[in-house]
Design a protein around this ligand. Structure first.
Ligand code: GUN
Ligand code: FE
Length: 450
């Protein structure tokens, strides 16, 4: 790992609040020895020139080139690391068949540590190269290979939140891929939490254990309650799927006599460090529970096209005060890029607003006021993710981790028109790809160089 950067001179964008955009030209960003942004000195400040000179002479200033822009690192709030080899596979099948015939046999292979290592090393490299500086990972039921994922992220410099997955119900899971017993699942979760916590002090950017039932249909009541108790005991992050598709939503209602949201809340699984993937079918009453408990939604717009049976009303949920981050949901979503997910989040919201069935009258075809802008989608991928995870990340502002992507606009259309700062950002968000991401920093450390 390289030394910490101490200062960057850059044009930067940040979306601190949903709907807001900050842009500063040639700002001097100072970073402390912990990799946290200490101060941002604007070009009209009295000490601006003298600080630049001092840092230049000390060889401590990273200066972006003409046509380069600094963006906050992206935060993937829902990704299944073991499903990377399955990206793009069998997406024409329904979710239950996709899981039973492809995903579970694949995830069972992670009993083999060598296989796990090969996949996880490649995935973390691929994510860093696409600007994802923090990820909330589903691993598998295997404690050892889940720990391996934590170690690989620690080594490669990515901030990681990882869970050993719990699937203990013999009625909800195949024999070949299931926790041995409820007791074993809880014991493995508890020792996983302790082992990750023991590693964490040596990892500058942070690694965090996560309590992780796969989803209610794969867990017994005893496991869900036991996991809720562990989350309270250790004040850990919690992550699971909630009301993803029509089947899951209806199944949990039938089983518990209440919504998926209410059931998970009652098991002690909701709270400020909890993130629920998808949440496509939550009611306004459920949304109030999210808001009041400060539980976040991980919005996975690409995956939702295949498995959600609906389009989630993101704008409505933001209006109700729900915290929302963005997730790739590899491999329900095929793309490891949050750029692709930003684009799909916008496009899906537009289709929700306009409607899709041309045989319905124009006036009643869609759901009015549903669209979100590409800048709002950028907020979900950055500051929204930071809020969801309850960590000081996702913004370029004092007190936040120095997690950056350096975007080079070379190769994007440049004809001297549409050069307003917001237009340049729109162009980046819609058209940039891996080739445009020149450097990536996490907690002030260089983790990817094109
Ligand atoms: N629900 C339970 N497990 C999964 C999974 O692996 N992917 C998706 N998209 N939904 C799930
Ligand atoms: Fe998922």
């Amino acid at each position: 790992m390289t030394a910490n950067i101490q200062a960057v001179l850059a044009n930067y964008y940040s979306c601190p609040q949903y709907g807001d955009l900050t842009y500063q030209e040639q700002a001097l960003i100072l970073i402390d020895s912990q990799g946290v942004i200490q101060e941002i000195i604007a070009s009209d400040a009295a000490n601006y020139q003298s600080e630049i000179e001092r840092l230049r002479q000390a060889g401590q200033l990273v200066e972006l080139e003409e046509g380069q822009y600094l963006l906050p690192g992206f935060i993937d709030t829902h990704i299944h690391a073991p499903q990377w080899p399955q990206a793009g596979i069998a997406l024409d099948r329904p979710l239950d068949e996709w899981l039973d015939q492809h995903t579970f046999p694949l995830e069972a292979k992670y009993a083999d540590l060598d296989f796990a290592r090969r996949v996880y090393q490649d995935l973390v490299d691929q994510l860093l190269a696409r600007g994802t500086t923090t990820a909330l990972y589903f691993a598998t039921i295997h404690k050892e290979s889940s720990l391996e994922l934590v170690k690989i992220c620690a080594e490669k410099g990515q901030r990681a939140l990882v869970g050993k997955v719990v699937m203990d119900d013999p009625d909800g899971n195949p024999d070949y891929y299931r926790d041995e017993s409820t007791e074993q699942a809880l014991a493995d979760t508890e020792s996983f939490i302790q082992e990750v916590r023991a590693l964490a002090p040596q990892v500058k950017q942070g690694v965090y254990p996560v309590v992780m039932p796969r989803f209610a249909p794969s867990c017994t009541d005893e496991a869900l309650q036991g996991l809720g108790d562990l989350a309270q005991k250790y004040h850990c992050h919690v992550h699971t799927h909630c009301s993803e598709g029509q089947w899951e939503h209806d199944f949990t209602h039938e089983r518990f006599g209440k919504s998926d949201t209410e059931a998970l809340r009652d098991f002690g699984l909701f709270g400020p460090k909890s993130v629920m993937a998808h949440s496509n079918f939550i009611s306004d009453q459920d949304a109030t529970i999210y808001r009041e408990t400060e539980t976040a939604v991980a919005h996975c717009p690409i995956s939702n096209v295949y498995f959600a049976n609906s389009v989630i009303p993101i704008r409505h949920l933001k209006d109700l005060g729900v915290q929302i981050g963005l997730g790739s949901d590899i491999s329900g979503g095929f793309s490891p890029s949050l750029y692709d997910n930003i684009r799909q989040a916008v496009m899906s919201s537009r289709q929700l607003e306009e409607g899709v069935d041309r045989d319905l009258p124009f006036e009643s075809r869609g759901v009015a006021d549903s669209r979100i802008s590409v800048i709002q989608a950028l907020h979900l991928a950055t500051a929204g993710g930071g809020e969801a995870l309850d960590l000081p990340i996702g913004q370029i502002a004092p007190g936040y981790a120095a997690d950056f992507q350096v975007i080079d606009t070379q190769g994007l259309p440049a004809f001297g028109v549409f050069e307003e700062p917001e237009q340049i950002l729109q162009r980046i968000l819609y058209l940039a790809n891996k080739e445009n991401i020149h450097q990536v920093y996490v907690q002030g450390q260089l983790v990817h160089q094109k």
